[in-house]
Design a binder for this molecule. Structure first.
Ligand code: SF4
Ligand code: SF4
Length: 117
């Protein structure tokens, strides 16, 4: 069972994917990047902290909250919305750099993308 959190683009959520229904479907069907897990337990979904790239303090808060609840996150997925923002909307996140930082600071795996729809 993988305990995961999904981080969505604060600017795109509810515009490109209403109510995150696509990620919930993707998890249920193990579609896209979710296929890398045998079983998924969704621990949290939250935004990226907003531009200009405030993901690290956001994940720090997230990490503290989930630890206090005894539901520590093993894997963080940056949603497909974040991937699209990086590719088409000048999102300032540098995924390779962020992955190293989050893995080192918080001991989590970090994946780019969620569903493929
Ligand atoms: S890609 Fe996933 S996390 Fe991002 S807005 Fe769509 S459903 Fe939500
Ligand atoms: S463009 Fe990037 S930094 Fe800005 S809100 Fe979206 S994911 Fe977050």
């Amino acid at each position: 069972m993988s305990k995961i959190a999904v981080i969505y683009c604060k600017r795109i959520k509810d515009h490109s994917c209403v109510a995150c229904a696509k990620c919930y479907k993707g998890m249920a069907e193990k579609n896209g990047e979710f296929a890398k897990h045998d079983e998924i337990e969704l621990v949290a979904m939250t935004d990226c902290g907003d531009c200009p790239g405030l993901v690290v303090p956001r994940v720090k808060q997230l990490s503290e909250v989930t630890k206090n609840l005894a539901r520590e996150i093993e894997t963080i997925h940056l949603g497909t919305c974040v991937k699209l923002a990086m590719e088409t909307a000048a999102c300032p996140i540098d995924f390779d750099e962020l992955k190293i930082t989050l893995e080192k600071k918080f001991g989590v795996d970090v994946m780019l993308g969620t569903h493929s729809y």
